[in-house]
Design a protein around this ligand. Structure first.
Ligand code: ADP
Length: 143
C-alpha cells in the first residue's frame, strides 16, 4: 500500500517555487540571495532563463575562504555547471527524485522543462519537500 501511494506522488504536486540567480551575479549576491530566500541551493540561469548550473551552501563557503573580493567573483566560476546537473521533470515520481538525492548525495534538484535551447527552470525538489511528503504519507495511513 505504501509503495502504491509513493508511486502516485508526483513532482508536479510537490515542487517548490524555483529560486534562481543570473550567471553574471557575484558570489556575494548569491550569498545574500540564499539568506533572503531562505534556501540552501540556488539554480544559476543564463539570460534567457535556461539552466546554467547550481550553487550550494558549501560551494559558497569554499569560495569565501581566502577570497577577499566576493563582489568581483562571478558565481558562474564556482558553480557546478551543465551538463553535470541532476534534474527532474514534472511528471517524474517523487520517489525517483528522492533516489537521485541519495544516489548523488545532493540536497536538491531543479525541476526543468526541456526547451529548444536548453532547460527552463520551473521549480525545485529538496530534502524538505521529501520530508513533507513523508509526513503526509504518515497522515494518510492514520485515516
Ligand atoms: P552542500 O554542498 O551545501 O552540502 P549539496 O550536497 O546539495 O549541498 O551539494 C554538493 C555538491 O553538489 C555541490 O558542489 C553542488 O554544487 C553540487 N550539486 C548540488 N545540487 C546538484 C544537482 N542537482 N546536480 C548536480 N550537482 C549538484
Amino acid at each position: 500500500m505504501i509503495s502504491e501511494a509513493l508511486s502516485k506522488m508526483s513532482v508536479k504536486d510537490y515542487k517548490a517555487v524555483p529560486v534562481v540567480i543570473k550567471e553574471e551575479a557575484s558570489v556575494y549576491d548569491a550569498i545574500v540571495t540564499m539568506f533572503l530566500e531562505d534556501v540552501g541551493t540556488l539554480a544559476v540561469v543564463k539570460n534567457k532563463g535556461t539552466l546554467a548550473g547550481v550553487v550550494s551552501r558549501k560551494d559558497l563557503l569554499k569560495a569565501a575562504i581566502g577570497n577577499q573580493n566576493l563582489q568581483d567573483l562571478p558565481v558562474s566560476i564556482i558553480m557546478t555547471r551543465m551538463p553535470n546537473i541532476i534534474t527532474c521533470e514534472v511528471d517524474d515520481s517523487l520517489i525517483e527524485v528522492a533516489n537521485k538525492l541519495i544516489h548523488y548525495q545532493i540536497d536538491s534538484v531543479p525541476v526543468v522543462r526541456p526547451m529548444d535551447d536548453g532547460y527552463e527552470v520551473i521549480g525545485r525538489i529538496t530534502k524538505t519537500t521529501i520530508t513533507k511528503a513523508f509526513v503526509e504519507l504518515g497522515k494518510e495511513k492514520e485515516v
